[in-house]
Design a binder for this molecule. Structure first.
Ligand code: F6R
Length: 256
């Protein structure tokens, strides 16, 4: 796992955007795994500003709330459209977001998994982290081998996301999320976390034991993970001097 600590979220986001842009230029038909949430907004702004060619890319989003329509102000369909998709030349047929209104949720989840496989798997998966360590909406105690499925949100996540919905009561209880097993199959994971409210989850994910109580800790098993942090999110890590030294000493061919 590579840990990149920057003074500000903006500085960390700029490096993450360079990494995503590099993949898009190198592999124009790449498969991107996309996330939503406040952490991703500046990253998408940076990517839009770079005017990259998205015409051959395929995208799969991590998750969607169950029971809310794509037009709902807080649906992840809407988030993606407004923050990224309507600003780039991605082909609508290549955009995949779980269907929160699916009549047969298990069948829709299986189909989502099949589509990811048919596309050749995810080249680069963007991830945020919940304050208790979720990735996607794989809440604590999620199976570390899970596939795309319905999950029930914890009270903690519903409280955290109340800020987007204007109140906790409005936050749906159920979501469809890519499984942890599915996330682990992506070729490269980029985890972004900013702010002191993420510090504990980051310390548990990066330096704690691998445990379903902190689903992000399973990324320790993944062969290629890059973690982008600001100082506040890195505050509870023990080996920060080591991570900084490694990043400063990177040979040119490894520089982002
Ligand atoms: C969103 C997702 C979640 C968020 C996480 C952090 O698609 O999968 O795991 O990445 O909840 O959300 P923010 O960035 O809003 O703090």
């Amino acid at each position: 796992m590579e840990i990149i600590i920057q003074p500000t979220p903006e500085a960390a986001t700029a490096i993450a955007a360079r990494l995503v842009a590099r993949l898009i230029r190198k592999k124009p038909a790449a498969v991107l795994g996309l996330a939503t949430g406040g952490t991703m907004e500046p990253l998408y702004r940076e990517l839009v500003a770079q005017k990259l060619d998205w015409s051959r890319l395929t995208t799969f989003n991590l998750d969607e709330y169950v029971g809310i329509a794509p037009e709902h102000s807080q649906s992840y369909h809407r988030f993606m459209r407004e923050k990224l998709l309507q600003h780039v030349n991605v082909a609508a047929a290549n955009v995949n977001i779980p269907d929160g209104l699916a009549q047969d949720v298990p069948a829709a989840c299986e189909n989502y998994e099949r589509k990811i496989s048919a596309a050749g798997g995810i080249d680069l998966q963007l991830l945020g982290i919940g304050t208790h360590g979720h990735i996607g909406f794989n809440e604590p105690t999620s199976s570390l081998a899970s596939r795309t499925r319905i999950k029930t949100l914890t009270p903690q996540t519903r409280r955290d996301n109340a800020r987007y919905f204007g109140g906790e009561e409005q936050v749906p209880h159920h979501v469809i999320t890519l499984g942890i097993g599915t996330i682990l199959e992506s070729r490269h994971c980029l985890l972004l976390a900013f702010g002191k409210q993420k510090a504990r989850a980051i310390a548990a994910a990066v330096e704690g034991p691998i445990t379903a109580m902190c689903p992000a800790s399973v990324l320790q098993l993944h062969p290629r993970v890059t973690v982008f942090l600001d100082e506040a999110a890195a505050a509870e890590l023990k080996l920060t001097d080591y991570y900084r030294w490694v990043y400063a000493q990177k040979p040119d061919w490894q520089r982002i």
